[in-house]
Design a binder for this molecule. Structure first.
Ligand SMILES: [Zn+2]
Ligand SMILES: [Zn+2]
Length: 268
């Protein structure tokens, strides 16, 4: 067995340390991750109070970064949207963020009408562009529509397709936008061949890994509440899939995450 100190350092680019029902404290998950060599993680905001908790964590725990955003399913009723998006902008401009999101489109659930989701997405994109921060994009059953929105957005932006779940068909279009592509634990599932085909085709400098904890636990721990330390299962799957040197791939993935989120690795 490889000692922890020899394991390549990993960066979980998308987790929800603030999730109330995650079954364990953020501090425990952070400590376990750091001890297992997952030295950095980005905890992603899905609403405003949640984003502020994420920023608190980023200020308390080394290697934790936070984003501010409102999940496309949580944008609420139309009459409250202008106030909500104005509050989002105020918080985003107050600083201390590594990114904007998660935002995007989710037509798998119908909690928020499509027109509300489109408006939410545009507001997040505008902030990401204004503040020079990457946008964290969530997409479920809406690949075509999301691509069209992104292609029509007329200001420069950077960002990541989080928990990429499409096959290779739309991959080139997302790459053409300059986006990074992040793979989660579902890469390890037996029926995920199209996803693995996609993961093989992403250029190394655009690849990222994530847990989306507490969701989507990888195959070896499937069914449990996911934890940032388990990003290593997705990393191992990627090493095997791409026939990569683990040390080299880990350092590329880490560097990609640092570059995207504008943070630098701590000394140890
Ligand atoms: Zn998501
Ligand atoms: Zn998420």
């Amino acid at each position: 067995m490889t000692p922890v100190s020899m394991k390549p350092q990993l960066f979980d680019t998308h987790c929800h340390l603030t999730w109330k029902e995650s079954g364990d404290s953020a501090e425990n998950q952070w400590r376990e991750a750091r001890e297992s060599g997952v030295t950095s993680m980005t905890t992603i905001g899905i609403g405003l109070p949640d984003s502020l908790r994420a920023r608190e964590l980023s200020r308390s725990f080394e290697g934790v970064h936070a984003t501010v955003g409102i999940h496309p399913n949580d944008l609420g009723p139309r009459e409250e949207l202008p106030t909500l998006l104005a509050d989002l902008a105020a918080h985003a401009r107050s600083g201390g963020w590594a990114g904007i999101g998660e935002t995007g489109l989710d037509f798998y659930r119908d909690w928020c009408a499509a027109d509300i989701q489109f408006e939410g997405l545009q507001a997040h994109l505008a902030l990401a562009s204004e503040l020079g921060l990457p946008v964290v994009l969530h997409c479920r059953d809406a690949g075509k529509e999301l691509l069209s929105e992104l292609n029509n957005f007329n200001q420069p932006f950077s960002g990541v397709m989080h928990c990429f779940s499409d096959g290779p068909e739309r991959l080139d279009d997302f790459l053409a936008l300059g986006l990074h592509i992040s793979f989660a634990g579902n890469l390890t599932y037996p029926n995920a061949s199209p996803l693995r085909d996609a993961a093989l085709r992403v250029p190394e400098e655009r690849l990222l890994i994530e847990t989306d904890a507490p969701f989507l636990a990888p195959q070896p721990v499937r069914g449990k509440r996911n934890r940032p330390s388990w990003v290593r299962h997705t990393f191992d799957a990627l090493v095997e899939l791409r026939k990569a040197d683990p040390t080299e791939l880990a350092s590329s993935l880490y560097r990609n995450a640092e570059t995207l989120f504008g943070c630098s690795k701590s000394a140890n």
